[in-house]
Design a protein around this ligand. Sequence first.
Ligand code: IPM
Ligand code: MN
Length: 381
Amino acid sequence: MVKPYSIAVLPGDGIGPEVIAEAERALEAAGDRFGIEFTLRRFPVGAAGVAAGGDPLPEVTREAVTRADAVLLGAVGDPALDKAPRHLKPETGLLALRALLGVFANLRPVSVHPALVGRSPLKADRLRGADLLIVRELTGGLYYGEPRGRAASRAVNTLAYSVVEVERVARIAFAAARRRRRHVTSVDKANVLEVSQLWRDTVTAVGREYPDVALDHLYVDTAAMRLVAEPAAFDVILTENMFGDILSDEAAVLAGSLGLLPSASLGSGPGLFEPIHGSAPDIAGRDVANPIGAIATVAMLLRHGLGLAEPAHAVEQAIFLALEQGARTRDIAEAGAPALGTRAMGARIAGLVSSPPVPLSVRRGGTSSVPPLPKGEGVRG
Ligand code: IPM
Ligand code: MN
């Protein structure tokens, strides 16, 4: 028998546990359909880690994640800990987790489902063709630089990158571009920052290894503007930690809701997979959060974490179909229109993973992409 994949599940705080329950449901559905076994074990992180073990990344969690095949995380953050000392903040647990796993490349794809074009505040004609991938450096830059600290009347953070740190994330971006539209836009602030000058020079040098991929550079202020003015101009955006954090929330506006978007964080060990949204304490526990970001994260876990392309595709298809059929959570519903709760949306998508509708091409009698049905067998659907 094939050994089950071991997934460490870190639901975290706020809406994290609710959306993760639906992500697990989609993962189990994919496993059942494709005959793959997953062992899901839950561990605390964030405020839940502080509550359980006095640490936003308790030892039991540290140990589990390094041994897992992949890590699935909900969200961290709790306003009750906003003023806590840094070592007790939920966000500190997340940063420590990223550092522990060495996941230096954070992939944040953003595309616009045709049925949700009207949900974005941007004009429909701007959104046409928008389909981009942000590759955010995740374990360096301002989030981790030393020295850091705060005194009464002054505070310090440090922005530093080494050539090696830039090279390795750049290679991920160029490799991803090869599987897409072969265009990398590197985002920096090289007109002001020495770190950005090193970033730009290093990315340019790595780019020579990928002569088939076009490379251009934008200052982050210009990139922020172009992202909403002309989003279809981007394919892969490669940028440092803080710029990537900001630009990815901005890019979520294209999709229509932050609640839709997944991410994968990759290094040399187990990958870390989390939706890009936060813990949303204001809507936690009310069955209204959108689980699609977390379920789309399961697809990234399957593809990038476990190398299981077919089940990954099935999960993505199920999300696409649910939206096409008009399934909407509150954040993406038309004003005043009825909306599904978190669990109902999760159930709908899991159902479509388990038994997808027969593709149109089959209903019409088969095409080359679908094997012909045996004679006399009825077509479902
Ligand atoms: C994200 C989040 C985190 C980040 C926070 C919670 C530390 O905003 O994943 O984008 O800034 O990286
Ligand atoms: Mn963020």
